[in-house]
Design a protein around this ligand. Structure first.
Ligand SMILES: Cc1ncc(COP(=O)(O)O)c(C=O)c1O
Length: 360
């Protein structure tokens, strides 16, 4: 009998949000709205689609493993050197690459809980130990993370803003924290939702790379740019760290279409601005609706919101599903009366709250 490595025995496969077509079939629905995976409700830039279509002309040729054009454009935009960037099939892949490169068997990494599940999964897969410190007030407990650092600690993972709670650590808290972390511990700041934030207290992490060698920043094209299906994200760090990661990265890990779509997206500022404005407007509406219905929520810096429906999350999730809405039950995050709801379009959220007010 084939057996797997003991680390794999202890893992569970990620349960993704239900696909729209599955939900339609299962419940005989004509329309299903997915508010489960923090995707962009208005899709992606038309320019990205155009560029991706054009890229199909070279479908038979392996992708540029260096992501050259995208690298040049992004380095320029972010004001970093080209060798400060590593691209992955989603930031998911970059998280795995970080764990494989820097965390060995028996080594430790630390994060808070609940947070994005891939940090723990990536670390455990390679035989590392993930230590999880509970959030305090739904926010990363930075002192709690510091307390857990030992000689075995290799990496700290911080989701900023945090998925699922949408809370942030501020620039001031971040600087204070970095100054207290030993220089041989890598600090990963996952900023998947940074573009949605317009608030001076939110950190500008990239300039810190000049002064600190142990920082890595993660970004993605899946959220604001609406390119989740292409699978493209990236990490930013000192070139010495990027060079180490490149030793384990697959040579052609980002498809040509993904590179083309990402490049075209960066250049479409109008689409990005439209998305940010829409998210702010619909989020304010969502807060208002929650307040009218007497539902508590955790104010969020992202494009998603944890809403406390004060009901066990799985049955309520099923009720919403039967009415054509897929959300993310709080059960997965150990917050069992909550649902994580992606901020959709105004029309989607109006319909959502009509259903919610009928159900509660
Ligand atoms: C905090 C955070 N990091 C990373 C990711 C993964 O993004 P990607 O699609 O780039 O793999 C997500 C996706 O939900 C996320 O919420």
């Amino acid at each position: 009998m084939i057996t797997c490595r003991k680390e794999i025995n202890a893992l569970k496969a990620y349960v993704p949000g239900k696909p729209i077509d599955d939900a339609k079939k299962e419940y005989g629905l004509e329309e299903v709205i997915k508010l489960a995976s923090n995707e962009n409700p208005i899709g992606c830039s038309p320019k990205a689609i155009e560029a991706a279509k054009k890229s199909l002309e070279t479908a038979s040729v392996y992708p540029d493993g260096n992501c050259t054009l995208l690298r040049q454009c992004l380095a320029n935009k972010l004001n970093v050197t080209e060798d400060s960037l590593v691209f992955g099939a989603g930031s998911d892949e970059v998280i795995s690459l970080i764990a494989t490169t820097f965390v060995g068997q028996g080594d430790e990494a630390i994060t808070c809980t609940p947070t994005f599940s891939q940090y723990a999964s990536a670390v455990r897969q390679i035989g590392g130990k993930m230590i999880e410190v509970p959030l305090v007030n739904h926010t990363y407990d930075l002192d709690g993370l510091l307390d857990k650092i030992t000689d075995k600690t290799k990496a700290l993972f911080i989701s900023n803003p945090n998925n699922p709670t949408g809370t942030i650590i501020t620039a001031k808290q971040q600087l204070d924290f970095i100054s207290k972390v030993p220089k041989d511990v890598l600090i990963v700041f996952d900023e998947a939702y940074n573009e949605y934030i317009d608030d001076d207290i939110y950190p500008d992490t990239i300039p810190l790379l000049h002064n600190y060698d142990n920082i890595m920043i993660l970004r993605t094209f899946s959220k604001i740019y609406g390119l989740a299906s292409f699978r493209i994200g990236y990490g930013i760090a000192k070139p010495e760290l990027i060079e180490l990661i490149n030793r384990v990265r697959g040579p052609f890990n980002v498809t040509t279409s993904a590179q083309a779509a990402a490049l075209a997206s960066i250049e479409d500022n109008h689409f990005k601005k439209t998305t940010v404005a829409l998210n702010a407007q619909v989020k304010a509406f969502t807060y208002k609706k929650c307040e009218e219905l007497g539902l508590d929520y955790i104010p969020s810096y992202g494009n998603f919101l944890m809403i406390d429906f004060k009901k066990p999350s799985l049955p309520f999730f099923e009720q919403l599903l039967k009415k054509g809405f897929i959300v993310r039950p709080g059960f997965y995050f150990g917050m069992d009366t909550y649902q994580r709801v992606t901020i959709g379009t105004m029309e989607q959220m109006e319909r959502f709250f009509r259903i919610v007010s009928d159900l509660i």
